[in-house]
Design a protein around this ligand. Sequence first.
Ligand code: NAP
Length: 265
Amino acid sequence: MNTVDRNARIEGCTAFVTGANQGIGKGFVEVLLERGAKKIYAAARRPETLESLTALDSARVVALPLDITIATQRVAAFAAAPDVDLLINNAGIGGSEEPAERRFLAATSLADARLVMETDFWAQIEMCRGFATALQQGARRGRRPAIVNILSVGALFCVVEYSTYSAAKVALAFATIGLRAEFESSGVSVHGVYTGSVDTRISARNPHAKTSPPDHAREVLDAVERDEADIYAGLGAREILNAVRADPENFQRERVRRFRDDPLR
Ligand SMILES: NC(=O)c1ccc[n+]([C@@H]2O[C@H](COP(=O)([O-])OP(=O)(O)OC[C@H]3O[C@@H](n4cnc5c(N)ncnc54)[C@H](OP(=O)(O)O)[C@@H]3O)[C@@H](O)[C@H]2O)c1
């Protein structure tokens, strides 16, 4: 069994969580509080939706307005949070509610695909770039700074019903590897989280069992403490990894078959 010194990196950290107002992001804020974070910048497009989180601990939870796709808001967030040593890039979207708009061919235009790529890929890179100096300074202060990019098991194979989302997440998975190499010499670790099924708005249509957002956050933060670069958290993540690794072509073929049989999923 793995033993985890939970306090080494998380206790006393100053964290920044995007999309903190609900779902997986909210779970991270709650568990960071539980694990002794010094300060948590909780960022959301609508800061009024953060009230229940700031009420948990108004001295440690700092609410910030941030749409990650808007450059001026990002710049304001970087300035407001110069002491960050744990960046959790969580905010993300799955694509249109309208299945056809999530397709490359059937969509009326590529507007939704571009929004998914802007949100789930480019904005995430901008967040890493914008906080680079703060994180590197954290390492010089003796902290062990980290970036946690929330990917998806949908970066391990193409979820054909959400292929624009899979494309953005696999792009972010590769960017995470590139960023890890670039940050390495300055002592900042970069982690990619292949999240499985977690009980949130995004997964509401999935009828299967799911991990709760706080349990997902606990799994991820434990793995960050263990310095795992690639993290598999949430229900089914490791099982999907193993199945993809065992026979990638067959795994993908099966997903394409399911899409053919029920394209409106
Ligand atoms: N739940 C799962 O099973 C699952 C599986 C794999 C990966 N993930 C990943 O987990 C992350 C969190 O998703 P979730 O499951 O917690 O879904 P969620 O409940 O829908 O939460 C998504 C969060 O992202 C925020 N967001 C979306 N676009 C944004 C933008 N442009 N700027 C700032 N915030 C934005 C949302 O804010 P609003 O409240 O303003 O909409 C919300 O706080 C995503 O990256 C998702 O891809 C989830």
